[in-house]
Structures are given as C-alpha cells and as structure tokens.
Design a protein around this ligand. Structure first.
Ligand code: TXA
Ligand code: MG
Length: 346
C-alpha cells in the first residue's frame, strides 16, 4: 500500500477533505493531536476498526478511544451522560482528557474490545477536529506507532513505523503535550487509569476526589485484574535498555554518572537524558538535555522523541526520575514503562 502524506498547513483543505473520505470509505489515516499522533478509522465501522489492530500489531483485548469534534457527540456513544462528565467536558474539552462511561448500542465491539464501556475524547488540535468533521463520524484512534514502541509525536515518527501500512498521514508538525491523554473512568468512583496533561489536581477542582489506579507507577501484580487493558502490555520500548535513577536531582545524577562509567567500561554505548538542572553533572558524557525538572511538562513533550532518537543508537539510555506530582506523574508513568521498571535507587 502507498502511504500518502499531506502537509496539514499548506495542503489544509485538500488534505483533510481527502483524508475524511478515506476514513468514510474504511481506510486508515494518521493525524496530529495535541498529545501524540493518532491512527484513525471510522469508529462506527467494526471492519475499519479491525484494520487499526492489524496495522499496529495491537493486542485484540486493548480497546480504543473514540475522537469527537463536539461535546454533544457523546450522547450517541454513551448510554447517558453523567453529571460529572458534563462538568469535566465543560472544563477540559477540547483537551487531553479521555472519559470512560457505559457504551451505547451504536458503538461496535471492535472499538471496546468487547467491554461494556467506551472511552471518548475531543482533541485540542485544529487538524484533528477538521478531520473528524470531514469524516462526519467519530474516529477511533490509538497512538500511531507499532504496538510496544514509543508513541509518535511527529509525522516522521509515524512514517518510521507505519509507511506502507496505512493510507494517509496528515503532517501537522510536532505535538505540543507529547504524552497521551489522561484516561479517567466515570464508572464507579472517578479513577485515573492513565495520567496525562490534565492532572489529578485539575480534575479534583472540578468534581472533587479522584482516585489514581495503583498500577500507574508499578507493574501489574500476578493475578491482579487490569483496570485498563493497556496496563498489561509492554509499552514505549525503544531498541535500547532504559534505566531510571531515583532520588533528588543530585542523587539521580550521581547514580547515573556511576552506572554510566560501569556500562561504558563494558563497551556499551550510553546516553543520558539530562535536565537543565543537572546539565553540569554530565560534563564530558553523552548527554541529551530534554527539559526542566521544575516543569515536567517540558520533559513530557520530549520523552518519546528522545527515546526514538537514541533507539538503536545507544545500548543504555539513562534518565532521572522526578516527583510524581502534577504532570510529573504522567512523565514517571511513561518513563517507568519504557524502562520496564528498571530502576536504580542508590
Ligand atoms: O492522547 C491520546 O489518548 C492518544 C491520541 C491519539 O488521542 N490516543 C491513545 O490511544 O493514547 P491508545 O489506544 O494508545 O491508548 C488508549 C488507552 C489504552 O491504555 C486503553 O487500554 C485504554 O485507553 N482504554 C480505552 N478504552 C478503555 C475502556 N473502555 N476501559 C478501560 N481502558 C480503556
Ligand atoms: Mg498507545
């Protein structure tokens, strides 16, 4: 299959109109959102949705998010719209918040992997919204990467994984948030299943107490039921070992310096994903400064791109842990999974 690429700025009208027709006729379109690039298909067409799983090599038990262009579209997708959802949609949509509630009969089983609930979000990105409108249907879309690899935050990342497997890529430049949306279930007590750009603190200001699933910062335990099927699967792995150093900036940096030397002596190629605060600690070492520890949003924006940059080029990628608060929770969730929970404490 030949994958066509459209520039979302210079070929705006043609690109989105054409891509909308591709979606309506059952094809696959990768498109930018504010979080990461999505791999979209007609969310009301089970056969089209199945093609997403085939193109990504995605485990068939992992449900997809439906993307809508206006809030009222949730009425056709959920059995009813709970009050908490109304408040959260008013506060955070369009934006990086996915809401899960009991599905309506209109939603095909392929989207929900057979679950009785469905995840919905309205992305905060002009091209994504224009595409959904052009398609005229909700668009089912996971991240546009081969299953298990870091999520794509540029069109180049999408093509590296998906060239020849999908019909169209809309190139809208780099994504601003850089990690996937916050996933919140409203079935039972509101619970964050995956942290993201909309933080627990922000959600609690609107609906009161919100739980965080315990598996957000640790692996699932043997026999533990996954609140979200996505928790079970290996994620974000580059072709390199990823090692996380715990502790304060200074402590994490000193662990990294020590381990770097050991790995290098064994002939392994090393890279440090450093921060503004620790730049000087890594003098003379291979270091890629990815952001500011005091503003974990900057780290989120760069993490996946940095993992892809060093994938296959380094044997070991070292990274510092940060406090798992506010956007730091999303950062640590992705980093720990990319590392397969390979953490060095002291
Ligand atoms: O920012 C995002 O959310 C991006 C962009 C493209 O919108 N999409 C994305 O999709 O990250 P995906 O498929 O890579 O991640 C969706 C996550 C998975 O962990 C999945 O298990 C979970 O949401 N999920 C989806 N539907 C669910 C449901 N009904 N119940 C529990 N978890 C669900
Ligand atoms: Mg994904």
């Amino acid at each position: 299959m030949n994958t066509e690429v459209f520039n979302a700025k210079t070929q705006k009208e043609n690109g989105t109109q054409y891509a909308g027709r591709v979606i309506r006729s059952g094809g696959l379109v990768a498109f930018p959102t504010e979080t990461v690039y999505g791999l979209g298909a007609n969310g009301m067409d089970g056969e089209a949705v199945q093609r997403i799983f085939d193109a990504k090599g995605r485990p068939s038990d992992n449900p997809l998010i439906l993307h809508v262009a206006k809030k009222s579209d949730v009425k056709q997708l959920w059995r009813h719209v709970p009050d908490e959802a109304k408040k959260l949609m008013d506060a955070f949509w369009p934006g990086p918040l996915t809401l899960i509630f009991v599905k309506s009969d209109a939603v095909p089983d392929e989207v929900t992997a057979g679950l009785s609930t469905v995840a919905v979000r309205m992305p905060d990105h002009k091209t994504a919204l224009a595409l959904i409108r052009a398609a005229g249907v909700p668009i089912a879309a996971p991240s546009a990467n081969i299953s298990g690899r870091p999520s794509p935050t540029t069109a180049e990342h999408v093509l590296a994984d998906m060239d020849g497997r999908i019909d169209v890529v809309l190139d809208g430049g780099p994504c601003s948030v850089g990690v996937e949306s916050t996933v919140l279930t409203l079935v039972g007590r509101p619970t964050i299943l995956r942290p993201g750009g909309i933080t627990r603190e922000m959600l609690e200001q609107v609906i009161g107490e919100v739980d965080v699933s315990p598996a957000v910062l640790r692996p699932l335990r043997e026999g533990e039921v996954a609140a979200s099927p996505g928790m079970k699967h290996r994620h974000y792995a580059p072709d390199a070992r990823v090692v996380v150093a715990k502790g304060s900036a200074r402590k994490a940096a000193s662990i990294i310096c020590r381990e770097y030397e050991i790995e290098e002596a064994m002939g392994n190629r090393c890279i440090v994903l450093g921060t503004e605060q620790t730049r000087a600690c890594y003098h003379g070492m291979n270091c890629d400064i990815i952001g500011d520890r005091d503003d974990p949003r900057t780290l989120c924006a760069e993490l996946f791109a940095a993992l892809r940059r060093w994938s296959g080029k380094a044997d070991v990628i070292f990274a510092e842990s940060v406090d798992a608060e506010e956007q730091g929770l999303a950062y640590m969730n992705r980093l720990l999974r990319a590392a397969g929970f390979d953490v060095i404490d002291s």
